[in-house]
Design a protein around this ligand. Sequence first.
Ligand SMILES: O=c1ccn([C@H]2C[C@H](O)[C@@H](CO)O2)c(=O)[nH]1
Length: 138
Amino acid sequence: MTSPAPVPAQAAVDWEALRAAARDAMSRAYAPYSGFPVGVAARVDDGRVVTGCNVENASYGLGLCAECGLVSSLQATGGGRLTHFTCVDGKGGALVPCGRCRQLLYEFGGPELQVDTPEGIVPLSAMLPQAFGPDHLR
Ligand SMILES: O=c1ccn([C@H]2C[C@H](O)[C@@H](CO)O2)c(=O)[nH]1
């Protein structure tokens, strides 16, 4: 989804607004099996904000992490590069993205993507060292 009023791309990122967007998405998660709702939000290089929530399935292994929805929304609303990312748990606190989702984020944000973690803002390169990515296939 896009935010109602996109922030200009050149403005400093408002992490609290991004966390609020992630909490809002988390409130609509479908997580009846784990009981662990997750919401994510990211700023795009054109100023858009995209979000996602986890969507589980009765066939447990088919559950979709919140980041899956986020990257789908990114593409469906015009593409672009992710610049800032946050992930929250059911209490609204910062949550680290799982390993698979770090790879999803790397595809669209690369090593410089700024990630909001319980230990502060860190580049994705610190969370996915020596990442495999699109450059390996060129
Ligand atoms: O980065 C993460 C980590 C976990 N989950 C979801 C998957 C599952 O539905 C629930 C418990 O693992 O949390 C996400 O959506 N994103």
